[in-house]
Design a protein around this ligand. Structure first.
Ligand code: NAD
Length: 475
């Protein structure tokens, strides 16, 4: 199979191609066009040409087309989920029941929202001020590989619904479902040039895209290192930067331990641990620590590692051999730093024949982790849990905040005052109290510190995809 660029509603062949590989089997899934500055120029020009008519279309008409795209995704859930699972190694239970249906929801939600963009009024004795919100223009949408279809649609839906046009660049490691998104957008009746897709590597296709003078806004999801690079290179543009994390999952001794345990296991091992909001530092109050550690390890040992196409599998393969090597390096490092390896480690998991060559690592648990260790400070982005004991509330807050990151956080306690105090004190864009990560599309999603700038979701997506204008009328 060949995957080409989508520019101005037409497939455009690459001058060069790279392979996208199934991380469970190492089978080559497709040859993908490898774009560069020329393809980016053509895609931005197509998006620029399509912008005036798309922006001028009355919002209810745009909404109808955007909603239709969501409906087409819903009609193709099994196919898209299978493709996403094959391309990324994300297990079918997640792609089929959560991630692809959620992608359809993104379009339904922003179709609804774009017809209700409110303005503000600021009357004075002499003037009436009011605001209008205009679409920004051509937007660069850049996605990582971990949940690519969900991320691409989380960006494309508000971008298009609010009247912008887009150039989407997927990760070179997981481009397949986005290619289908382009086809479905045309099938939904979204005009040619409104959504363009350039495939390729970050340096070849991503860099010229973010530097392009006709790109007015960048919605980027990816690593902190790349986010920093983009901010330095892009010049004056609107930004949303959704970057890495090392989120604290804080459990006090009065927590509902059964629920906390379920959520802790889910937040580090689901999505193969390749999750930006993973609760990768599990902080447990000392009085509850020994019992929690024992139960957590029992659960981790029972996790099914296997074929991501099997709906009983919880942990599938890492996205690439390179990423597997990175995760394994941290597993090797843990004991050298003084952490206690309780399960997992570097042994090969027992695997079904079909996936024997996959990029697998066992769910791994480190106890007695000191927050200053590298395994506690770096984003490993794999199924590796760090269990860290703490003394009291002040100690928990200190450890939770002793990190460069600030994406998500989790607090477990039955003490309502403490729950609110810790939620307020933790330096993160999001805090879930007595809950795993549960998304409502109206929430501001995003992080602080090295986890990014800007928020997306609900009216927060106005920040990047709409330009407010104040109009002052003399009375
Ligand atoms: P990455 O930064 O390596 O790549 C992300 C995207 O940026 C890819 O499409 C890549 O090709 C592109 N890119 C690379 N260099 C570029 C450049 N110089 N200019 C423009 N584009 C460039 O990240 P990754 O390894 O694909 O993804 C994993 C990271 O993403 C993790 O750090 C994870 O936490 C983060 N992430 C964050 C969120 C969030 O919402 N905060 C969600 C998912 C993943």
């Amino acid at each position: 199979m060949r995957i080409d660029h989508l520019i101005g509603g037409k497939t455009v062949a690459g001058r060069d191609y790279f392979e996208t590989v199934n991380p469970a089997t190492q089978e080559v899934l497709a040859e993908v066009a490898s774009g560069g500055a020329a393809e980016v120029d053509a895609a931005v020009a197509a998006a620029k040409a399509a912008f005036p008519a798309w922006a001028a279309l009355p919002a209810p008409q745009r909404a109808r087309l955007v909603r239709r795209l969501g409906e087409l995704i819903t009609a193709h859930v099994p196919e898209l989920a299978r493709t996403e699972t094959d391309d990324t190694g994300q297990v079918i239970a997640q792609t089929g029941k959560q991630l692809v249906p959620r992608a359809a929801d993104n379009f339904a939600y922003f179709a609804e929202m774009c017809v209700r963009v409110d303005g503000h009024t600021y009357p004075t004795d002499t003037h009436l001020n009011y605001t209008l919100f205009h679409p920004v223009g051509v937007c660069a949408l850049i996605s990582p590989w971990n949940v690519p279809f969900m991320t691409a649609t989380w960006k494309t839906a508000p971008c298009l619904a609010f009247g912008n046009t887009a150039v989407l660049k997927m990760s070179e490691l997981s481009p397949l479902t986005a290619a289908r998104l382009g086809e479905l957008a045309l099938e939904a009746g979204i005009p040619a040039g409104v959504l363009n897709i350039v495939h390729g590597y970050g340096k070849d296709a991503g860099e010229p895209l973010v530097r392009h003078p006709d790109v007015r806004a960048i919605s980027f999801t990816g690593s902190t290192a790349t986010g920093n690079r983009i901010v330095q290179q892009a010049g004056l543009k609107k930004f949303s930067m959704e970057l890495g994390g090392k989120s604290p999952f804080v459990i006090f001794d009065d927590a509902d331990m059964a629920r906390a345990l379920d959520a802790a296991v889910f937040m580090i091992f689901s999505n193969n641990g390749e999750r930006c909001t993973a609760g990768s530092r599990i902080l447990v109050q000392k009085s509850a620590y020994p019992d929690f550690v024992q139960k957590f390890v029992e659960r981790a040992k029972r996790i099914t590692v296997g074929d991501p196409r099997d709906d009983k599998t919880i942990v599938g393969p890492m996205i690439s051999p390179g990423h597997l090597a990175k995760v394994r390096r941290y597993i090797e490092l843990g004991p050298k730093e003084g952490a206690t390896l309780l399960c997992g480690g570097l042994d090969a998991p027992l695997l079904p024949d079909r996936v024997k060559k996959g990029n697998y690592v066992l769910p791994t648990v480190f106890a007695d982790v000191d927050n200053r260790m590298q395994i506690a400070q770096d984003e490993i982005f794999g199924p590796v849990a760090c269990l860290i004991p703490f003394d009291d509330e002040a100690d928990a807050i200190r450890i939770a905040n002793a990190t460069q990151y600030g994406l998500s956080s989790y607090v477990w306690t039955e003490n309502i005052g403490r729950a609110h105090r810790v939620a307020a004190a933790v330096e993160a864009g999001m805090c879930f109290v007595n809950s795993q990560n549960v998304r409502d599309l109206r929430q501001p999603f995003g992080g602080t510190k090295a986890s990014g700038t800007g928020r997306e979701g609900g009216t927060w997506s106005h920040e990047v995809f709409l330009e407010p204008k104040n109009i002052a009328v003399s009375l």
